[in-house]
Write a protein that binds this ligand. Sequence first.
Ligand SMILES: Cc1cc2nc3c(=O)[nH]c(=O)nc-3n(C[C@H](O)[C@H](O)[C@H](O)COP(=O)(O)OP(=O)(O)OC[C@H]3O[C@@H](n4cnc5c(N)ncnc54)[C@H](O)[C@@H]3O)c2cc1C
Length: 307
Amino acid sequence: MLTRDVVSANINALEEGYAYVFFDNNLRTHKKAIDKYVNKGIVTEAASLDEMAETLGMDADILKTTIAQYNAVRKGESEDTLKTTIAQYNAVRKGESEDTLGRETGLEMEMVETPFFAIKVSPGIHHTMGGVHINTNAEVINTEGNSITGLWAAGEVTGGVHGANRLGGNAVADIVIFGRVAGSNAGTYAMENCGKGHGETVVKQQEEKKTEISEEAAAQFQDGTYTAAYTGNNGGVVVTAVVENGFITQITTENEETPMLFKPVQDTLIPEIIYTQSTDVDTISGSTMSSKAVINAMNDIMEQAKQ
Ligand SMILES: Cc1cc2nc3c(=O)[nH]c(=O)nc-3n(C[C@H](O)[C@H](O)[C@H](O)COP(=O)(O)OP(=O)(O)OC[C@H]3O[C@@H](n4cnc5c(N)ncnc54)[C@H](O)[C@@H]3O)c2cc1C
């Protein structure tokens, strides 16, 4: 058997644009997989080559010559002149004849046993070659050969795994294995970045938000720097707030007891307190204890700073 692209190109080059997979009863009874095609009704069965030729609208003499040649070449009894014959197949299979088509596999059985079978075949697209370059971590690689932060890929969107021609049957292994690697790495990345995607973008957006104070907020605190501490999920959190011109302008924390859980508190909850100038804000889902530690500490601080 030649590679899929070569077989497809040869079939496409035919005027008809299709070919026949041809086999005899010996193969039919040895290959359980053929049942599927029989059940789909796409297999033509014939008791003889004459009957097959008539059913498929072929010239019976040519078909018989083809099969005879296939078998003769296979046995080394005849030179193959048609080159695409089943006779050649059989001779090549036995090593008795050189295959002008270069076949080295798919030669297990001689083709002599009636009834004969034929399946009409034509090439169809069922895999897209090429795509983004990934490494063994399923990270997408840029044109300089470096991985792109926060981008993983697997399956047909990737290229290179199969080389220039597809290795049949491997796509499913490809998507399952690299899909899992990509998903697992993306999940870890998302957890480390608080489930918010690309770290740099998020930090930038939140830094911008930190400086904002709602236009509806009133100046209500005495200027100064205030500190309070409260217990979070995993120890005490020290919160320091700066008040300028009556507004809380900065909140910093020390001893962020559980860093991964504390990050969304820093990124979202603290800017929200500054924006509203109040602790009437939602706790962060999944970071409740850290949220409460900051909210309680800020309640203390606001009490201290009341004008
Ligand atoms: C007829 C046929 C037979 C095959 N037989 C085999 C075989 O025997 N063995 C084997 O290993 N491989 C086989 N393959 C190939 C294999 O099935 C595919 O290579 C594999 O399923 C590709 O998986 P994938 O996840 O990369 O892409 P897909 O399975 O194509 O998944 C991509 C998904 O993304 C969705 N999508 C597309 N655009 C968007 C969008 N903008 N937003 C959201 N979703 C989107 C699509 O709806 C789809 O669900 C066969 C393929 C075909 C067609």
